[in-house]
Design a protein. Structure first.
Length: 161
């Protein structure tokens, strides 16, 4: 199976935003497997000619519409969002919590692994490491264990004092 292009993955992530919800450029890039490529998302949207693409659901990370205030694009995006029931105040929308995954918002379940969502592979929940009685978190196979915050504080206290 050929690998999908970055543009195809970005467009798929935009199409996956449910009606009445929004996402930031960076969130779309992350969902497409391209973390840190928010500007690429903006560039692809700027060149978009697909009239069915829900481009209006993509906003800046702070919830602002990216078009200059009062411009034709700003008015159109604001109008489209309001038509979907999104509350727009002074060109700004309340963004979903950053720690809530789009998967959890849509399906109410655990987050899915990135490549499985966009790559078409079998979907399975991401396993969260469980803390051990010693206060450490066991890492996945081959990984190093992460130190729980209480253990980290003790180590930092010993190092500084």
């Amino acid at each position: 199976m050929p690998e999908r292009s970055a543009e195809d993955r970005i467009l798929a992530a935009i199409r996956a935003i449910p009606r009445g919800q929004v996402a930031g450029y960076g969130h779309i890039a992350q969902r497409a497997g391209l973390p840190g490529r928010a500007r690429l998302v903006a560039r692809i949207l700027a060149g978009n000619e697909d009239s069915k693409l829900p481009w209006h659901r993509v906003l800046r990370s702070d919830g602002r519409i990216a078009f200059p205030e009062g411009s034709r694009g700003w008015r159109e995006q604001s109008q489209r969002l309001r038509a979907e029931g999104v509350r727009v105040e002074s060109g700004r929308v309340r963004m979903p919590q950053a720690d809530v995954s789009l998967d959890a918002m849509i399906w109410g379940g655990p987050a899915l692994q990135q490549d499985e969502v966009l790559g078409g592979a079998k979907k399975r929940p991401v396993k969260t490491p469980k803390p051990s009685p010693s206060g450490r978190v066991r890492a996945a196979k081959g990984g190093r264990p992460a130190v729980a915050s209480s253990a980290r504080k003790k180590v930092n206290k010993k190092a500084s004092g």
